[in-house]
Design a protein around this ligand. Structure first.
Ligand code: FDA
Length: 400
């Protein structure tokens, strides 16, 4: 049987970071992954340029049933620390907006960097290799049955991610290991995912597929933990809504609950419509088309039973008020999401209330660690999920 100090299962963002840090501390590390291609999620991320961190990353940008859990790891490994690593490997990058940092050229640079860091730490690679079973060897470590033979390790780090994008190798392995060792799960759900609507609700809007605009989008009551609100772009699709603003709100959305959209977050449409009534002879369709994409303006007036040719001056105040309010609070109840096939991340996962926030180690089973997306810490869109992968990977890599 091969013998190591640490076995890391999952050579994605968190697993490679953890293996590299532990290896460079002199630990004998084996890194196991079942996928034929290394770190496919990093490769496809950020449209091929990997939004590898966010300068504004703070615990407020993460969802979890245990919101303080992420604090310690995020404070000890910051976006600046990752930038130092990029500098050492001469990887150039740029800020897109709102603190989101992307590679100038390709996300391959991040994979190469992590691979090189693992090689510096003399990490032993086992891939593509499947792990068939994991056993706790009576307090003296772990025994793994793998397709490359049995492996023994003093510590086991589970870094197999969440359920999103099964076609590139996502599995529920982390959840199965967690349950095997008596850990609880916070129910996994697709997050950062487009929202869908029943065909009768969506029928008037299918013609808008491809239209995009900046909106305010919110869900939940402010007082509750699941309330969220964002001002970001929305994209109409054939089946519902997508775009950054909708992906963000999907992480907060609870099935059966409505979402509220403000189509004109920078305007006061009721006041502006009433002012326009006395100041212009224009048609309502032309006026609204200055505020919204023309296709949306016309479809919107239709859903309100108004002709675009109607003159603003001829419309009753009551109608203008109703129209203005409808722009500001468009309330819709999604029927569901596009699911793990399209979700960027999985919300929920291994319950962090039985993990150490300093080391990511299980409080039930000494030597067992869970890191990255497998645990119940879910970042906003914009580089936050990779920052969590790096930070939790470093925390475990420094401790195991
Ligand atoms: P990750 O999924 O990266 O790695 C898990 C590894 O475990 C994989 O290599 C997998 O093959 C392996 N594995 C799974 N089951 C196994 C098993 N049973 N046996 C052995 N190995 C197994 N985030 C961000 O911050 N910025 C961005 O730009 C993007 N963009 C983006 C685009 C798309 C399309 C997606 C789907 C996701 C993103 N993300 C993102 C999210 C980000 O990719 C994600 O949060 C991290 O990759 C999570 O890192 P982990 O290492 O935890 O899992």
């Amino acid at each position: 049987m091969e013998d190591f100090d640490i076995a890391v299962i999952g050579a994605g963002a968190a697993g490679m970071m953890c293996a590299a840090v532990a290896g460079q501390r002199g630990r004998r590390v084996v890194l196991i992954d079942h996928a034929a291609r290394l770190a496919e999620k990093i490769r496809i991320s950020g449209g091929g340029r990997c939004n590898f961190t966010n300068l504004q990353a703070s615990p407020a940008n993460f969802l979890s049933a245990n919101p303080h859990f992420c604090r310690s790891a995020l404070a000890r490994y910051t976006p600046r620390d990752f930038l130092s690593l990029l500098k050492a490997h001469r990887v150039s990058w740029h800020e897109k907006h709102r603190g989101q940092l992307f590679c100038d050229h390709s996300s391959e640079a991040i994979i190469d960097l992590l691979k090189a860091e693992c090689d510096t730490g003399k990490v032993a690679w086992r891939r593509p290799v499947a792990v068939d079973a994991v056993r706790h060897a009576n307090g003296s470590g772990f025994a793994l049955d793998t397709s490359a033979g049995p492996i023994a390790a003093r510590a086991l780090v589970v870094a197999t991610g969440g359920l999103s994008i099964p076609k590139i190798g996502a599995t529920d392995f982390a959840y199965r290991v967690a349950k095997q060792f008596g850990h609880k799960l916070v129910e996994p759900r697709p997050a950062l995912v487009p929202l869908t609507f029943s065909s009768d609700v969506w029928a008037p809007f299918t013609v808008l597929s491809g239209v995009s605009l900046e909106v305010g989008v919110a869900t939940g009551e402010k007082k509750t933990k699941v309330a969220g609100s964002f001002v970001e772009d929305l994209l109409f699709t054939h089946r519902g809504l997508s775009g950054p603003g909708v992906l963000q709100i999907s992480s907060y959305w609870q099935p059966g609950e409505p979402i509220r959209i403000d189509l004109l977050p920078d305007r006061e449409p009721v006041a502006e419509l009433l002012r326009a009534k006395s100041a212009t002879k224009r048609q309502i369709g032309n006026l609204i088309a200055e505020w919204l994409p023309a296709r949306l303006a016309h479809a919107w007036l239709e859903t309100q039973g108004l002709s675009p040719e109607a003159r603003v001056a001829d419309l009753p105040d009551k109608t203008l008020r109703r129209l203005g309010e409808a722009f500001s609070v468009w309330t819709l109840v999604p029927s569901g999401t596009e699911g793990y096939r399209k979700a960027e991340v999985t919300k929920g996962g291994v319950d962090t209330r039985e993990l150490s926030s300093a080391t990511m180690m299980s409080e039930r089973v000494p030597g067992l660690y869970f890191i990255g997306e497998a645990v119940d810490v879910t970042g906003w869109l914009g580089g936050y999920n990779f920052q969590w992968a790096w930070a939790s990977g470093v925390a475990a890599g420094e401790a195991a």
